[in-house]
Structure formats: structure tokens, C-alpha cells
Design a protein around this ligand. Structure first.
Ligand SMILES: CC(C)(COP(=O)(O)OP(=O)(O)OC[C@H]1O[C@@H](n2cnc3c(N)ncnc32)[C@H](O)[C@@H]1OP(=O)(O)O)[C@@H](O)C(=O)NCCC(=O)NCCS
Length: 352
């Protein structure tokens, strides 16, 4: 067995350890919602459904879809600008830019570097992560570690999606669900704990439950094969086994949320807000029951007007609750994200 003290004891040179802030918290949050609103009536032009069915099965009344100018980078810069302003810091103090997204269609380079440069974050390390609807929680966990570990003073975490680019509008099980947008948070040093232990994980055995219909190379190979024959190749899109996702979310995610509360030493009645991933209103309601959340705790229900924006959904919902006065700065919020992978991340945070 290796002994961690051996090198120093033997007089070997010792690496000076990195150390950072005692604790981290969220200093600012901001969101960007695309201009174009897609009401359920428009979705009914694509699929055989009804406004009543969509509302009762998902809670969604409308969603926003990005226009050509509302790129992943543009929406991110807008959202991050608001988060930076709320945090009241100069962008050059940001020592890390993490962009969680599954819908930036140009794989290289990471979109985070362009965003960091446009925001004036100097030479901050900037990278993308792919953790679907848990992306914001994954980013928060990394940022918390970076601030406390001393590799950054402030970290910008962005969740951003243009899921409309990956939506098959003829697919009845997904056409009404997804939306576009960006949400951002600044994580930085704190005198008191502002981010609890992040309970995060994955289950690759369920990798096919939510996934892209086909890989890009498969789609291009098919296109080559039919070139000139007039056969139409379907653009890759997101597909989902709705009932399997629903069951997993309701049964497993309430347990994960409870673990996050327990790890933070917080009880449900001490919460000032519950901000679950905006996947489906019925999933949210089922989790509330399983967690025995008191009626007095405000719950994010942003899905009604925003749809499911994957990595962007938690920071967008957080911003809306703070702006509307439903939740207040300093309140404790339980957040939980879950989705394709399958992946999940939950924690308790102090609201900025
Ligand atoms: C997608 C979802 C709303 C579908 O609801 P569901 O009750 O599972 O729907 P099913 O696919 O079992 O279909 C039930 C019925 O509704 C019908 N139906 C399916 N899609 C429909 C639509 N868009 N409009 C109207 N009817 C529809 C089906 O044909 C079926 O009819 P039948 O009973 O006559 O055969 C639901 O599974 C869900 O919310 N899953 C979780 C999705 C989610 O949160 N994803 C995000 C994870 S990050």
C-alpha cells in the first residue's frame, strides 16, 4: 500500500498544494429566452394531438425556439452577461468557463472558448461538457471544486440548448416537449457554505432511452448512398422512450433529491425553493409527493412557458423565480437535473 507521507519524509521535493476559498456559492444568475414563441396551436400543425393533451400530459403551453441569429454562443453571451452583472464582478476575474450543452452542432472547437473571448474572460480555461439535462448540475459541481480547490476565483457555468435543431417535428412523442434558451451562473468564493455536496451519477445501461436517432456519420453515409436518387434522408433528432424516462425520473430521482438534502443537512421544510429540471410537470408533481415537500415551498413551473430546455432549464427557472419574487436571495433551493445518458445531479444551493 502506498504511503502519502513517504516522498516528503524521504526529503524528496514536494509539490506545493493548491488551495482556494473555504466555501463557494452562486453570486449571480441570468437567462436568455429566444424571441419566437411557439404555442401549442403551432405544434398541432405538425402532429396529431391537442392543446389539452399536451398541457395535461406535460404541463407545456408554449416554448421558445431560437431564430438564426440566436446561436448557442449568442444566447450564452446574453445570459452570462446578466449573471456577471448580478454578481458585480469584472469578467477578467472569471477563471473558468464551463458550457453544458448537447445541441452545439459544431463539435470542434468547444463553443466555450468563443464565449469566454466575447465576454472578456482573458485566457480563462474554457470547455464544453455533455451531460444533457444534468449539465448545469455537473457544471456546478466542477465549478464548486475549482473555486474551493484554488484553480479559479470565479467560474462561469452556462447551460444552453438549441433543441429545435434536433427536434423531429413529425415525432408525436417529442415534437411538443423541447425548447431553446440559455441560463448562466457565476460561482465564486463565500464565507459560508453556498453549494451542498452534489449527488451526481450516471446509468449507461439506459443509454438508449433518450438519444439521437442516428450518429452524424451514419446520416452522411446514407446521404452518400442515395445521392441523386431524390430519397430524403432524415436529419438526426432526439428520440425518447417517454414512459421509461417517466418511470425512472419519478422513482429514482426523488431518492437522489433526498440524498442531496441529507448530504446538505437540510430538511424539506427549510427550503425556500424547489427547482427541478423542467422535464415534465407531472414528474415535478410526483417528486413533490415523494419528497413530502410542504405546500409552503415554492416550486419552479417554468416548463409551462419554456418547454424542456435541457441544460438551460434549471438556471432559467431559477432566474424567473428570483425575478418574480417567488424565491428570494439567500433562500435555500433544492435543484435536480436528470436526462439522457442517463445522468443526474442534485444539490442544495443558496440563491444569489
Ligand atoms: C412523452 C409523454 C408525455 C407521453 O405520455 P404517455 O402517457 O407516456 O404517452 P404514450 O406514449 O404511452 O401514449 C399514450 C396515448 O397517448 C397517445 N399520444 C402519444 N403522443 C401523443 C400526442 N403528442 N398527442 C396526443 N396523443 C398522443 C398515444 O397514441 C397513446 O394513445 P392510446 O392510449 O390510444 O394508444 C410521457 O411519456 C412523458 O412525459 N415522459 C417523460 C418525458 C420527459 O420528461 N422527458 C424529458 C426527460 S429529460
Amino acid at each position: 500500500m502506498s504511503n502519502p507521507e513517504t516522498p516528503a519524509a524521504s526529503g524528496a521535493p514536494r509539490i506545493r498544494p493548491s488551495s482556494g476559498a473555504a466555501y463557494a456559492r452562486i453570486h449571480g444568475v441570468g437567462g436568455y429566452r429566444p424571441v419566437r414563441v411557439i404555442p401549442n396551436t403551432e405544434v398541432l400543425e405538425w402532429i396529431d394531438s391537442s392543446d389539452e393533451w399536451i398541457r395535461s400530459r406535460s404541463g407545456i403551453a408554449e416554448r421558445r425556439w431560437a431564430g438564426p441569429e440566436e446561436t448557442v454562443a449568442e444566447m450564452s453571451v446574453q445570459a452570462a452577461g446578466k449573471a456577471i452583472a448580478q454578481a458585480g464582478i469584472a469578467p477578467e476575474r472569471i477563471g473558468g468557463v464551463i458550457v453544458a450543452t448537447v445541441s452545439h452542432l459544431k463539435q470542434t472547437p468547444a463553443i466555450a472558448t468563443e464565449i469566454a473571448q466575447r465576454l472578456g474572460c482573458g485566457t480563462a480555461p474554457a470547455f464544453d461538457i455533455s451531460a444533457a439535462c444534468a449539465g448545469f448540475g455537473y457544471g456546478l459541481s466542477l465549478a464548486d471544486g475549482m473555486v474551493r480547490g484554488g484553480s479559479a476565483e470565479y467560474v462561469l457555468v452556462i447551460g444552453v440548448e438549441r433543441l429545435s435543431d434536433l427536434t423531429d417535428v413529425t415525432d408525436r412523442s417529442t415534437a411538443f416537449i423541447f425548447g431553446d434558451g440559455a441560463g448562466a451562473a457565476i460561482v465564486g468564493p463565500s464565507d459560508t457554505p453556498g453549494i451542498g455536496k452534489v449527488i451526481w451519477g450516471s446509468d449507461g445501461s439506459q443509454k438508449d432511452v433518450i438519444s439521437q436517432t442516428q450518429a452524424w456519420d451514419t446520416a452522411f453515409a446514407k446521404e452518400d448512398a442515395v445521392n441523386g436518387t431524390g430519397t430524403e434522408i432524415k436529419w438526426p433528432a432526439l428520440r425518447m422512450e417517454g414512459q421509461a424516462v417517466f418511470r425512472w425520473a419519478v422513482w429514482e430521482m426523488a431518492k437522489v433529491a433526498q440524498q442531496a438534502l441529507d448530504a446538505a443537512g437540510i430538511t424539506a421544510d427549510q427550503l425556500g425553493a424547489f427547482i427541478p429540471h423542467q422535464a415534465n410537470m407531472r414528474i415535478t408533481d410526483a417528486m413533490i409527493k415523494k419528497l413530502q415537500l410542504p405546500d409552503s415551498v415554492p416550486v419552479a413551473r417554468d416548463i409551462t412557458e419554456t418547454g424542456n430546455t435541457s441544460a438551460a432549464s434549471i438556471p432559467l427557472a431559477m432566474e424567473r423565480m428570483l425575478e418574480s419574487g417567488e424565491a428570494r436571495s439567500g433562500d435555500l433551493a433544492l435543484i435536480i437535473g436528470f436526462g439522457a445518458g442517463l445522468v443526474y445531479a442534485a444539490t442544495v444551493v443558496t440563491l444569489p
